[in-house]
Design a binder for this molecule. Structure first.
Ligand SMILES: Cc1ncc(COP(=O)(O)O)c(C=O)c1O
Length: 357
């Protein structure tokens, strides 16, 4: 094994896994990678058995939320071995998120090596069935203990892995989404472009209320005018109006720069589709729906890949998209991205980091 110190778990928990019913984020593999930042530098980190971390009640992150994370996947390739999808993008985004909440950057090469070694150590945890994968979750948090609002001096980085199936119980079946009219998630100048705990905390109540009303997720509007579409709780959002594929732009800094978003846009441009990254008013969607030109709505994200939206509800008005069925672009996009990830299609973009096992 590479350079990392490795302590093997005494016992494996792999036999506790219900492989035919993985769900999402339920099981954790046998090992994790842990690195510590002290005296202004990161140590080399080591791979140890997955388990509890030492923590004092005064640990600042519990109080002030100085925490960032990432999510990416390793796929069992039909050509043998495992493909990690675009880990460089997630590694860079982790450091971007860190810069917004004063967490010191971690070396990108070391982070990717740690992910590779962790996947190799727990290679038996990479599920084999189509639609499943090994989710990789790096998280970094301030680990000093103190009271008072200021940055931590010490940090811990952990990478854990989890065998997963689909994120939504609906799978590829279209979701019902509620447009948030009461709450907002991220403001201009705020934390929206960072994958930091606070954004998710801000979304929980609206998500809970939407679930109670029978919706799977919330679609957030911009926090200033509350008229432009931002993104969904754990996905970016795309619309097909006439022949234009539209997604909200990144410039305002209120949405996450999704790796799947970037991949979908590249593939769509490669197909010659008319692609726009531009502001989309919620009213534009309802008007297009009335005209019959709102052809498709779908979310994009690592966890859910492509998630068609069958119903959008806003202030009591509900529209049904494409008869509540998955649209042709969403389906073709899903087939193309997952085809690349599982090694069924040629990886012309060079997105897979292939691990021979
Ligand atoms: C708020 C939010 N937006 C968008 C995404 C999609 O990003 P990605 O495609 O990199 O998973 C995610 C998932 O990480 C998310 O949490």
């Amino acid at each position: 094994m590479a350079n990392f110190k490795f302590t093997k778990a005494d016992n494996t928990r792999i036999n506790d896994v219900d492989w035919s019913n993985l769900g999402f984020g339920v099981y954790f593999s046998d090992h994790m990678y842990v690195a510590e930042y002290k005296n202004e530098s990161w140590n080399d980190g080591e791979i140890v058995p997955y388990g509890p971390l030492p923590m004092e009640p005064g640990m600042c992150t519990l109080h002030y939320g100085q925490s960032i994370f990432e999510g990416l996947k390793a796929f069992s390739s039909i050509r043998g071995g495992v493909n990690i999808f675009r880990p460089d993008m997630n590694a860079k985004r982790l450091n971007h998120s860190g810069s917004r909440v004063c967490i010191p950057p971690f070396d990108i090469k070391t982070l990717i090596e740690a992910m590779i070694e962790l996947v190799k150590v727990d290679i038996d945890w990479v599920p084999q069935q189509r639609g499943t994968s090994l989710y990789i979750r790096p998280v970094v948090f301030g680990s000093s203990s103190f009271l008072g609002v200021h940055v931590s001096s010490d940090y811990t980085l952990v990478i854990m892995t989890s065998p997963v199936a689909s994120y939504y119980p609906e799978g590829l079946n279209p979701l019902k989404i509620m447009v948030a009219s009461e709450y907002v998630r991220a403001v201009r100048g705020g934390l929206g472009s960072a994958k930091t705990a606070a954004n998710y905390a801000a979304s929980l109540l609206a998500g809970k209320e939407a679930k109670e009303k029978g919706f799977s997720q919330v679609l957030w509007l911009d926090a200033v005018t509350r008229s432009f579409v931002d993104e969904v709780g754990a996905m970016n959002i795309m619309f097909v109006i006439d022949d234009e594929l539209i997604t909200p732009p990144l410039e305002q800094g209120t949405i996450l720069a999704g790796v799947t978003r970037d991949s979908v846009l590249a593939i769509a441009r490669g197909w010659g589709l008319n692609v726009s990254e531009r502001p989309v008013e919620i009213d534009e969607l309802f008007t297009a729906n009335e005209k019959g030109t709102l052809n498709e709505v779908f979310g994009t994200g690592t966890a859910a890949v492509i998630s068609p939206v069958g119903e959008l509800s806003y202030k009591g008005r509900t529209i049904v998209i494409n008869g509540g069925k998955i649209g042709s672009i969403a389906q073709k996009m899903y087939d193309t991205i997952t085809g690349i990830q599982y090694g069924e299609l040629e990886d012309t973009y060079g997105w897979n980091l292939h691990i021979d096992v």
